[in-house]
Write a protein that binds this ligand. Structure first.
Ligand SMILES: Cc1cc2nc3c(=O)[nH]c(=O)nc-3n(C[C@H](O)[C@H](O)[C@H](O)COP(=O)(O)OP(=O)(O)OC[C@H]3O[C@@H](n4cnc5c(N)ncnc54)[C@H](O)[C@@H]3O)c2cc1C
Length: 406
């Protein structure tokens, strides 16, 4: 990989800083948080202190004033060590904060972004519903216009940070029927479900935030992977949302969310690449040390093939991730490239982690080594922010374009 293709000196410094932080602060606790499925407030607080919860946002909005590539480097490096910490940064930044930065009024940015960018409060994004996943246009949550406010009813499922978070961007139907133009985005707020921990660690709760009446989180999902990431249903029960919290023009919510997902997919691609690389590094280390038949197992040709395939695919994934991130950073079209990076890297994460477990033999099947956690963490990368099947549809639509419109 030629770093000079996409990175300048500053990017390399960010990479070194995040890499060092992940190895010294996250690696020692990742296994325990995976086992208990607790939200890792102490390390999230350290990430906030380092500015990792607001990497690409300007200083005047409370961010770290860095660029999009620095943000993707951050997600990538964290995932090499622990995907749960990485998705916390990624879901908070791209899904929870970027819609407000991209589509919010000056007043909305002033009110919400500094709280999010500093990590004072965690954010999330509510698109998926129990009956509307891949077909997000099937949104059934309703928003009724009541003069100076809307009343929302319905629910969003599998929402990252629905429990621990306090600020959310969500979609609801402002026009009956199934048209995508009848969907509008709203900013809603609620109190964290983890107030005691938030107060103890000095992060995750802002008492002065006016909370939206009628918004609450459901029970925490018990997941295969990303176990230290908080995933829950978010309910709207006659939720009263003031009109000043409508995000962007009425009826444009679906289009805004598709744009948010285009760049969200680059983040998930970087996260997937990080998992694959973390597993590869573990496999390289283990097979070099482990001896069978009097030799390190890495000396056997069958093992060379597995390591060579992993290294080759990681290099290909690296180019897809950083090329799509570069396109986004330079305001160039990136829908197809982001979907390709997400598709390739999420499937690579699965292949690489399965190989890494195999190369560890029986030890790889135990929690003594991180590769089994990495294998469990990889699976959801093929599902979240659009499944692999949906990525293929997005790519095909970009390739075939007019032919499909006819
Ligand atoms: C841990 C986790 C965190 C998440 N975080 C969030 C979040 O923060 N915010 C949010 O809004 N959502 C979130 N999601 C939801 C996620 O984006 C959805 O699960 C995903 O988009 C798939 O939707 P679904 O689960 O309803 O599956 P379905 O859409 O029901 O799909 C079921 C299967 O059918 C396939 N399928 C569906 N349609 C087609 C088609 N047209 N062609 C071919 N195959 C098809 C799918 O690929 C899949 O294999 C999260 C999910 C998980 C598991």
């Amino acid at each position: 990989m030629d770093d000079a293709l996409f990175f300048d000196r500053h990017h390399l410094e960010v990479r070194e800083m995040v890499r060092d932080f992940a190895r010294t602060e996250i690696a020692p606790v990742a296994r325990e948080y995976d086992a208990t499925a607790e939200f890792p407030w102490p390390t999230v607080k350290k990430m906030a202190d380092l500015g990792l919860l607001g990497v690409p946002w300007p200083h005047e909005l409370g961010g770290s004033g860095m660029d999009y590539l620095s943000y993707i480097i951050t997600v990538h490096e964290l995932a090499k060590v622990d995907a749960s910490h990485s998705i916390t940064v990624s879901a908070h930044t791209t899904l929870g904060t970027s819609p407000i930065v991209d589509f919010g009024t000056d007043e909305q940015k002033r009110r919400f972004v500094p709280l999010l960018a500093s990590g004072r409060v965690l954010g999330g994004f509510g698109l998926t519903e129990p009956g509307a996943g891949s077909d997000a246009g099937g949104t059934a949550t309703t928003a009724l216009d009541r003069g100076d406010h809307y009343v929302l009813n319905g629910s969003k499922i599998f929402i990252t940070h629905a429990g621990v978070g306090e600020i959310f961007v969500c979609t609801a139907r402002t026009e009956p029927g199934k048209t995508n133009r009848g969907i509008t985005a709203f900013i809603v707020t609620k109190e964290t479900t983890d107030k005691a921990a938030a107060l103890e660690h000095g992060i995750g709760h802002e008492p002065s935030l006016p909370y939206t009446r009628g918004v609450r989180a459901g029970k925490k999902e018990d997941k295969m992977g990303w176990r230290a990431s908080d995933t829950r249903e978010l309910y709207f029960e006659d939720a009263v949302v003031p009109k000043e919290n409508v995000l962007g023009p009425v009826g444009e919510g679906f289009v805004q969310f598709l744009r948010t997902l285009d760049s969200g997919r680059i983040g998930l691609a970087a996260l997937s690449l990080g998992i694959a690389e973390g597993a590869y590094e573990e496999a390289l280390r283990y097979t070099s040390a482990r001896k069978q038949f009097g030799r390190p197992v890495a000396a056997f040709q069958g093992v060379h093939f597995a390591l060579a395939d992993m290294a080759t695919e990681i290099e290909a994934g690296w180019h897809l991730v950083y090329h799509s991130a570069w396109l986004k950073q330079h305001d160039k079209p990136h829908k197809k490239e982001a979907a390709m990076a997400k598709l390739f890297c999420s499937e690579l994460a699965m292949r690489a982690t399965i190989k890494a477990v195999q190369l560890h033999g029986g030890y790889g099947y135990t929690t003594e080594y991180p590769v089994e956690r990495m294998m469990r963490d990889a699976k959801v990368c093929e599902i979240g922010e659009g499944t692999s099947e949906i990525q293929r549809l997005v790519i095909a639509r970009q390739i075939l374009g007019d032919l499909l419109d006819d």
